[in-house]
Design a protein around this ligand. Sequence first.
Ligand code: SF4
Length: 203
Amino acid sequence: MSGMNTCPETCPLKGNGCYAELGHSRIHWSRLTDGKVSTALEADQFIHAVASLPRNQFWRHNVAGDLPHKNGTIDDGFLTALTRANKGKMGFTYTHHALSVENLKSIEKANKNGFTVNVSANTVQAATLLKQTSKLPVVCILPIDAPNVQTVNDVKVVACPAEKSDKVTCSTCQLCQHANRDFVIGFRAHGVSKKKVDIIARG
Ligand code: SF4
């Protein structure tokens, strides 16, 4: 997790259905943001910890939070250092930061160099159009009743398989880590705020 201040103001889920703002995730995330977690790492300590992971280690960054930024521009120095630390490992994350020219450059560089940064879109239309026009790994939120697999704008959209199976975890699936995949991964609106998220996903 990264502190709440890493999330962009532009994220439509902020204060409006983000799963991490509820329940146990919220409690831990708030404590982390308020500096009350004794095991929390500063950025340089975190990068060092990633560099120390065993070769081929699969790991996920930011169950909550986003990439550090200044006024919406991703901290390229941090992301470059994290990407370097991830060399030989299988790290991945997601970002809801706006795709400005600077952010795109940072995200593309990380993906090209082995640290997968999935770009989060808000609707399946936006996600599939982005997939058509870029080489980025793209994810999106989906309406509650979205099918497991669909094709939109000639792009395949696969719903996260862990949503409907207790046997699937990120460790066994690993789809989000594949930066060069030619399909979009979707996450159906779920949890306490699913109605709010469903409205956003329907555009
Ligand atoms: S698609 Fe796979 S890797 Fe991505 S969140 Fe779902 S289970 Fe994890």
